[in-house]
Design a protein around this ligand. Sequence first.
Ligand code: GLV
Ligand code: MN
Ligand code: MN
Length: 422
Amino acid sequence: MPLGDFRNNHLGLKINWRRLEDRINALAEISPIDGGGNCRLALTDEDKDGRDLVVSWMRSLDLEVTIDVVGNIIGVWNVGSGAPVMSGSHIDTVRTGGRFDGCYGVLAALEVIESCKDANISPPRPLAVGIFTDEEGSRFAPDMLGSLVYVGGMPVEQALNVVAIDGARLGDELMRIGYSGPAPCPGVVPHAFVELHIEQGPMLEANDVRIGAVTSVQGISWQEVTVIGQSNHAGTTPMSLRHDPAYVAAEITVFLRKLASEFGGDQVCTVGKIDIHPNLTNVVPAKATLTLDVRNTDESLLKQAESRIAVFLTEIAAKEGVKITSRQLARFEPVIFDDEVINIVESIAKQQGNTVQRMPSGAGHDAQMLARICPSGMIFVPSVKGISHNPAEFTESIDLEAGANILLHTMLSLTTLDKSTT
Ligand code: GLV
Ligand code: MN
Ligand code: MN
């Protein structure tokens, strides 16, 4: 049954774009940065302000709002019976984030519920919107931490003890901002989950296609590498006697770039963070700490990349006379989304007059965690010039509106998806 019976009675229903746009703009007014983006690192005061605003909108819609032990917020419209069809995403951002990454998906899900209420329609099961804690992983690793704990993929205690890049403990920050809730994790298993998100890459725009029916998410491997060398005087230490962590960090960065070129295909490698100590002009550094972000759609290639990196780290440590240690920050295998959810997204996008293509996701998303416990999928809309994790991130209103209307009808259709047990 590709399309749910319930949706077929409401084919003309549309979201209110003006209201959704106003909410996207209002949320972006919290913690703005130059260039039109936001800095709302997870569980900071800014994140709290964003949460408070969206929760106030949930409450004004009479949603039943629950906060769980890792701060995930779930707003449920208790209509019909059985497990909810859930949508949602995140409202934390990277330090130089755009206004759409995550926020669009959360606010569009809220808009879906409000549009249904306005139209006095009564879906056969509850509709829910989730705001998952720390999707970005920029402050607390791993990324998608909240949704990972929600689905039972990480013990609660372990999550609460994660230490941020600024030294804060996740559990303490949750208490501090008032988002350590009583609801248990793992959380309620949805009937189905669908997440609407900007693509954050260049494919839809390049192909002149409006909608991506997302088939999968590539595997992610994050590690933090620490290089300890010999700090010394920059003027007096002969080059041949140096054990220089900054030089080794540069070598590792170049190695990753070459590895990605050699592997080709979907392989991507990034060194996004390098800290040098003591970080002074005339001192050969004592220590470098850098993060490696390595991704591939193919798990066996991702494993090969990881082992090539491990070999390189051993070799360069011996060659340069430095000590290298590494700590895994995140490791998620590639995820394949549910066939029926993909089919529903694709058919609805076409029925509503959009061009659509099936595509994998390069970025990580909460939907990849929800896929562990229920039929899940995603809808992408284009990102202008493929730019994201940058305040210049932008998507045209016409595309944002189209995506939200597809989300509306996908959620309605999923209420009558008959593959789940609840
Ligand atoms: C999450 O935004 C990621 O890094 O893919
Ligand atoms: Mn996101
Ligand atoms: Mn992001």
